[in-house]
Unconditional design. Structure first.
Length: 309
């Protein structure tokens, strides 16, 4: 009994004793070809994803920071507008090349809002294949500079690579940029093609699978559901993709069980999708954050565990 009480007390203290730090990761400035803006935005999103699951850290959502107009504002003004204690900003340049000659340069900078102090800055110049290692190192340096300590499972999560196929990753980032424009078919259909291309190149790329399911569901709910009679092609495709995610989770060594609520039930009977709960096992928590889903682990609509808007 005493052991149970002690364990409960430890968990309570871990969750409530240390004050939550609030961080905004501003969109990284693209210093390369204007056509590579999607890549810079994707890097911002990936760093947000890696930081969003950490205990004691509240990260402003991608939607909020991407829509925020910071032009002419000081760090203190940005901190006040977004109600954050720290701001991470930076630049990125993708020097395209053939195969191993393609390089990425990232210069991140962490600033404490209260006194406009530059706590940490870095300079990374790596081959494209090291992109996930760069993201992990940036995230870990940010955490350490804010005075936070990582538990082993958080270190493991930060170091994870979502895919080993760089071509698949590029299609994934292109799809994110298209999907973020609107829910209209003119954006969702090409986004779906990008996510499908990513999955074709890496069938176990869980983030791309999750976005592929989301794109199918968006096209069904906003377009096909309104047809007479409703066309269920996209919702059936989404079911298959979600099942693929579940199958990957059951065979993954890094399996994480999530209770997810995903709109895969009867989507034709009301003004919004009905929700069918199912237990999903998945190798990537971020994959479920990207699904149009809720998770009992985050207790919030998809948009990020412990993300705030």
């Amino acid at each position: 009994m005493l052991v149970v009480i002690a364990a409960a007390g430890f968990l309570f203290l871990r969750q409530h004793a240390a004050p939550h730090r609030r961080l905004a990761v501003l969109p990284f400035e693209n210093l390369g070809d204007p056509q590579d803006a999607y890549f810079a935005d994707g890097m911002t999103d990936e760093i947000i994803n890696r930081l969003a699951n950490l205990q004691g850290l509240a990260v402003i959502s991608r939607t909020t920071v991407m829509g925020y107009d910071r032009k002419g504002k000081t760090i203190k003004q940005i901190g006040t507008d977004l109600s954050v204690d720290f701001v991470l900003e930076g630049t990125i340049r993708w020097q395209r090349g053939a195969g191993p000659e393609s390089r990425v340069r990232i210069t991140p900078e962490l600033i404490r809002v209260a006194d406009d102090t530059h706590l940490w800055s870095g300079h990374y110049d790596r081959v494209m294949a090291d992109i996930f290692a760069m993201q992990s190192e940036v995230a870990e340096n940010v955490v350490q500079s804010m005075g936070m300590k990582l538990v082993p499972r958080e270190k493991t999560a930060l170091a994870a690579a979502s895919t080993n196929n760089m071509e698949a990753y590029d299609f994934y980032l292109r799809g994110l940029e298209l999907a973020g424009r609107s829910v209209e078919a003119k954006d969702q259909e090409p986004a779906l093609r990008m996510f499908q291309a990513a999955v074709d190149r890496d069938p176990r790329f869980t983030l791309a699978l999750a976005q592929l399911a989301k794109a199918h569901l968006s096209l069904y709910f906003y377009i096909d559901r309104l047809r007479v009679p409703p066309d269920k092609t996209h919702v059936e495709s989404a079911r298959k993709v979600i099942e693929s995610l579940s199958n990957i989770g059951r065979t993954s060594r890094r399996r994480t069980s999530l209770a997810a609520t995903t709109p895969i039930g009867d989507l034709t009977s009301s003004s919004r999708p009905s929700l069918t709960s199912r237990r999903l096992s998945c190798s990537s928590r971020a994959a479920h954050r990207h699904c149009w889903a809720t998770s009992s682990c985050s207790g919030a609509w998809a948009g990020g565990t412990r993300r705030v808007s």
